[in-house]
Design a protein around this ligand. Structure first.
Ligand SMILES: Cc1cc2nc3c(=O)[nH]c(=O)nc-3n(C[C@H](O)[C@H](O)[C@H](O)COP(=O)(O)OP(=O)(O)OC[C@H]3O[C@@H](n4cnc5c(N)ncnc54)[C@H](O)[C@@H]3O)c2cc1C
Length: 404
């Protein structure tokens, strides 16, 4: 019989959701380990645009929806963490931009103007001063400054992993994956891990799946009858060029469309060259287009914004990526973070990077409702470092953005 290791919680998946939860659980005194199959952040998290939304994007549906209400508190909650005074310490996370801007083209309609000034979206939305907007937009209609801001996802993932080296483990080493199986006795599971150097039985009081698209396969492996998952695809575009000015902007289409025509965020590649990362409607509708066609459409959109000379010098790339979510009627975007619990497993989805704090609240509440308090791991306790290292000899690497 292989040796046994007992802990309170095993988290699967080291994206922002799993790592945020690890921080909350560890701070509350839960004995927790996190297992990552690939690189930390390597699912959706490193590829997110990093926008901590304040709800206006969702209010663009024309009504102050459930989604906009759920997300409205997020900027202040994240800002506290980044200032070092929040529920977790994100003082090592870099802000890419303290604000996100919104431009509705040169002919701002009266309806849109009234909407932006309305009570529902008034919290912190103001007309931006000329100085703060990129040169190519000056004199081309009103630009609004939103309460949303933008984080650098690379430094966010590092900040979340900081101080948890003894809790985060890579599944597999040197390209060989460990074999993981869930063995069930009644409503309880035990994880059997077979590594290159040995094997281990891991008993946890709760297994929490924060594996994004991997939640589906993990749920099957664990023998769950729920949850139902959905994937909503995007075809993002990145543009690299030395002359690209820093831009954090929603470009609205005509009317009160729910999705901005284009959402632009600025980043830097490994050689410190500016990168524009393009999402919004371009990425949603782009899934129907071949890469070449998607790049043509993106180029035509940018041609409306920038002089030709800048466009000639750019390097273009596409990224096909799915948003992993719980199934929602009609395949629509779910309004809020949510979880699904079955026996000793919790399957968790933040739905948005911005909503990860809400997801962590839901999990913490669920644990307490189930009578799972911190520090009560039962069973034989073995030496963590030795036993875990025999099956998990390595820490996962950090993911890098696709344009690198
Ligand atoms: C292109 C794009 C842009 C986005 N932009 C924004 C934005 O600007 N603002 C915003 O709020 N939201 C944004 N989102 C949504 C946001 O990125 C996601 O909601 C969030 O990152 C999900 O985090 P996660 O940790 O749940 O999942 P992921 O980041 O996908 O992490 C899952 C992790 O689990 C690991 N894993 C998978 N299977 C297993 C397994 N069997 N065992 C162990 N580990 C496993 C994966 O390797 C991965 O590291 C964007 C999403 C996309 C795709």
């Amino acid at each position: 019989m292989p040796p046994s290791y007992s802990t309170d919680i095993v988290i699967f998946g080291g994206g922002v959701a799993g790592l945020w939860l690890l921080n909350r659980l560890a701070a509350a005194g839960y004995r927790t380990i996190l297992l990552e199959r690939g690189a930390l952040g390597g699912g959706q998290s490193i590829h997110a645009q990093g926008i901590i939304h304040g709800g206006l994007k969702y209010a663009l549906h024309g009504a102050f929806s459930g989604a906009s209400r759920a997300i409205a508190d997020m900027p202040s909650r994240w800002r506290e963490c980044i200032s070092g005074s929040g529920e977790i310490d994100l003082s090592a996370c870099k802000l890419s931009s303290p604000h996100l801007y919104l431009w509705s083209g040169e002919g701002l309609g009266g309806g849109m103007k009234a909407f932006l000034g309305s009570k529902a979206v008034a919290g912190g939305t103001e007309v931006a001063a000329e100085m703060e907007i990129p040169g190519f937009l000056r004199g081309r209609g009103l630009v609004y400054r939103l309460p949303d801001f933008v984080v650098d996802t690379h430094s966010l993932i590092r900040a979340l992993a900081q101080g948890h080296a003894g809790r985060i483990f890579a599944l597999g080493s040197d390209g060989t994956e460990n074999t993981l199986t869930f063995e069930r006795t009644g409503g309880h599971r035990e994880l059997r891990v077979q590594g290159a150097e040995g094997s281990l039985r891991i008993k946890a009081r709760r297994y929490i799946f924060c594996a994004g698209e991997g939640n589906r396969a993990l749920s099957e492996q664990a023998g769950l009858t729920t949850p139902r998952c959905q994937s909503r695809p995007l075809k993002m575009v990145s543009v690299t060029g030395a002359a690209l000015p820093e831009t954090f902007l929603h470009v609205l289409g005509s009317g009160l469309s729910a999705t901005p025509r284009l959402t632009m965020t600025s980043h830097r590649d490994a050689n410190d060259i500016p990168v524009w990362y393009l999402g919004g409607d371009l990425a949603e509708t782009g899934v129907e287009r071949a890469d070449d066609r998607q790049l043509e459409v993106a180029r035509a959109m940018l041609a409306e914004l920038l002089p030709d000379a800048v466009l000639d010098e750019l390097e273009w790339r596409c990224l096909d990526i799915n948003r992993a979510e719980p199934a929602s009627p009609g395949g629509r975007r779910p309004d809020n973070a949510s979880l699904c619990a079955e026996q000793d497993v919790i399957v968790a989805w933040p739905v948005k990077l911005a909503l990860v704090p809400v997801l962590a609240d839901l999990v913490m509440r669920k644990l307490l409702d189930d009578g799972i308090g911190p520090g009560n791991a039962g069973g034989s306790q073995v030496d963590d470092s030795g036993q875990l290292a025999s099956v998990f000899p390595r820490s996962p690497a950090f993911a890098r953005p696709f344009w690198n």
